[in-house]
Write a protein that binds this ligand. Structure first.
Ligand SMILES: *[C@@H]1O[C@H](CO)[C@@H](O)[C@H](O)[C@H]1NC(C)=O
Ligand SMILES: *[C@@H]1O[C@H](CO)[C@@H](O)[C@H](O)[C@H]1NC(C)=O
Ligand SMILES: *[C@@H]1O[C@H](CO)[C@@H](O)[C@H](O)[C@H]1NC(C)=O
Ligand SMILES: *[C@@H]1O[C@H](CO)[C@@H](O)[C@H](O)[C@H]1NC(C)=O
Ligand SMILES: [Ca+2]
Length: 534
């Protein structure tokens, strides 16, 4: 790495000496900083951001729906373009807090789905807590996958190279800026598609991160894309014969799920503490109309649709490719999987990455398409590691969480992966606990939201009112684990009344690490002490 020696010295002194009128102002430090000259990299932007700024994000693709970002603390922003191949490039945006606010750490953030949208809200979360925060568009802009078409390099950037390259560049810039190594304090936070990216980078580049916090990871990505694509063929289009309306899913069907399963955990509270216990016993036949079809019962065809929705996807040859949607997730799933429209991320993955055929018709989906996606495995996006011992041996820690009512990626798939990893590494849970811990969050939706105690500091949108303390916050828990060797035994989740901090805490619940299950042990069910991990 090469950077300006005099500047580095000035910056090092600035770290040691209290800031006074004689040291250059942070604005000057920021604007006169000479970023390290990294190979195949160009500087896009260098700006000083005063405290309490609503930063306009000029040039951001409108589909990213992030026109501005509020930043409460003073920040130096450096953005780079990394030319990752002759026909692809990745944007990296780096927020550097004032040296007095920097805690010696980096935090690399993710992108959702198949998006190329920088998570500015997560960068803001990181910088507010003293991390030098790194964001990336993973090689394309906006929420569409059209840039994958006939360009494997853009797919590779999306699959792993974007996050990896961004993390490496972010580290180099951070170390040059503060004149200090970040070894042993490099973090990653992501969910969904970004959860997959974190695990893929930990698997392929075990030295890149010291602590990886991921939620609802889109593991077994090709099978997942197929599983999501299949819902449209199960439900049919809006208004087609037997199509089940949103009202029916959220009303009658959800009530039936609760009727059959809410009490399995001993408490009738609208939350299925372990949805897998419901999956085995739920009987949609209870909804079948006995005399004539009315609005409060289902036709035989509709009962079959409900059964299929909760069933795993079986592939060519009958192997189970991907587990079923968790019962309890049906209400929120009406947003996408059960909406009677093709799942956009799956459509784009098949059209632009798997088949290079923009005319591929989502209504034609069959398990032969699932097989084709797995055979091609575009960009090596699959992400289904059976062994993470290089990451473990490098000292890496991995914290995984998944909502029990996830409406977009079934939490059963993360259980499946954890068990697969356990077998692959011939490791008992007690052994895996050394470096990978998986927390199930009952009643939480996809990455956030839901009826459970879902706020655990997992992203910029889930931190309001949550102390930055390992007990309540997964990122703080990861810092304790990596830097102090204190591994999280449980994570306490919080839900505010109507999800409003101002209205106060409604519920706190101890979330257990798999395979332990949150278990009601008696007493006031709304009290945390009435639940234990068993
Ligand atoms: C930013 O705004 C907050 C809340 O209004 C305020 O407490 C804080 O002093 C402001 N910071 C600066 C540096 O102006
Ligand atoms: C993404 O958008 C930026 C403008 O914000 C542009 O400079 C860059 O070339 C775009 N990248 C791609 C791959 O289109
Ligand atoms: C820089 O880009 C060129 C052309 O894509 C490539 O051959 C070379 O390996 C890259 N260098 C580094 C250090 O990535
Ligand atoms: C919570 O939201 C519901 C529905 O929007 C509303 O009826 C109720 O009054 C709200 N409760 C509080 C305490 O604000
Ligand atoms: Ca319950």
């Amino acid at each position: 790495m090469c950077f300006h020696l005099t500047l580095a010295l000035t910056l090092t002194l600035a770290l040691i000496l209290p800031l006074s009128a004689t040291t250059p102002s942070f604005q000057t430090q920021c604007l006169s900083f000479a970023p390290p000259v990294l190979p195949n990299t160009t500087l896009r932007l260098q700006e000083h951001i005063p405290p309490n700024t609503t930063l306009p994000l000029h040039g951001t693709d409108p589909t990213c729906a992030r026109p501005t970002q509020f930043l409460s603390i003073e920040t130096c922003r450096i953005a780079l373009t990394l030319h990752t191949s002759p026909r692809s490039s990745v944007i990296v945006d780096i927020f550097l807090p004032h040296p007095s606010a920097w805690r010696g750490r980096t935090l690399t953030t993710d992108t959702d789905g198949i998006d190329g949208c920088i998570k500015y809200e997560d960068m803001a979360y990181g910088v507010t807590h003293g991390f030098a925060s790194v964001g990336t568009n993973v090689g394309h802009n906006g929420t569409s996958g059209v840039s994958f078409l006939n360009n494997e390099d853009v797919v590779v950037d999306f699959a792993w190279r974007g996050v990896r390259s961004a993390a490496a560049a972010g580290r180099a810039v951070t170390e040059a800026f503060y004149g200090r190594s970040v070894a042993g304090r490099r973090y990653y936070i992501g969910c969904s598609g970004g959860g997959r990216q974190g695990i893929q980078v930990a698997s392929m580049f075990p030295d890149e991160f010291d602590g990886v916090v991921v939620g609802a990871p889109a593991l077994n990505f090709n099978a997942m894309a197929a599983w999501r694509a299949r819902f449209y063929t199960i439900t049919g289009a809006v208004g087609s014969e037997g199509f089940i309306t949103e009202e029916m899913w959220k009303g009658r069907i959800h009530s039936e799920v609760l009727k059959q399963c809410d009490a399995i955990d001993g408490v009738v509270d609208g939350v299925l503490t372990d949805a897998s216990l419901c999956a085995g016993v739920f009987r949609p036949e209870a909804l079948l109309c006995t005399h004539r079809v009315t609005e409060s019962c289902l036709s035989a065809k509709q009962v079959e649709i409900v059964r299929e929705v909760f069933s795993p996807l079986y592939g060519v040859g009958g192997t189970m490719l991907y587990p079923g949607l968790a019962p309890g997730a049906e209400s929120l799933a009406t947003q996408r999987l059960l909406s009677g429209t093709p799942f956009p991320y799956s459509v784009d993955w098949f059209r632009y990455a798997v088949y290079s055929d923009p005319s591929w018709d989502p209504a034609s989906f069959t398990i032969a398409d699932a097989q084709a996606a797995q055979d091609k495995n575009p960009g090596n996006a699959a992400t289904w590691p059976s062994d993470l011992s290089p990451f473990r041996d490098a000292g890496g820690k991995l914290l995984v969480y998944h909502g029990g009512a996830d409406q977009q990626i079934t939490g059963f798939n993360t259980e499946k992966w954890y068990n697969y990893l356990s077998r692959g590494m011939r490791a008992r849970s007690e052994d895996l606990d050394e470096f990978v811990r998986f927390f199930r969050v009952p009643g939480m939706g996809h990455c956030s939201g839901g009826v459970g105690a879902w706020q655990i500091g997992q992203n910029g949108g889930a931190t309001q009112g949550i102390d930055f303390e390992g007990r309540y916050n997964v990122l703080a828990a990861m810092v304790d684990w990596v830097e102090n060797g204190v591994a999280p035994e449980t994570i306490v989740g919080t839900r505010f009344v109507n999800d409003s901090v101002a209205k106060g805490v409604e519920l706190r619940r101890t979330h257990c690490r798999y395979p332990l299950r949150s278990t009601y042990v008696g007493g006031d069910a709304s009290s945390m002490e009435s639940w234990d991990c068993k």
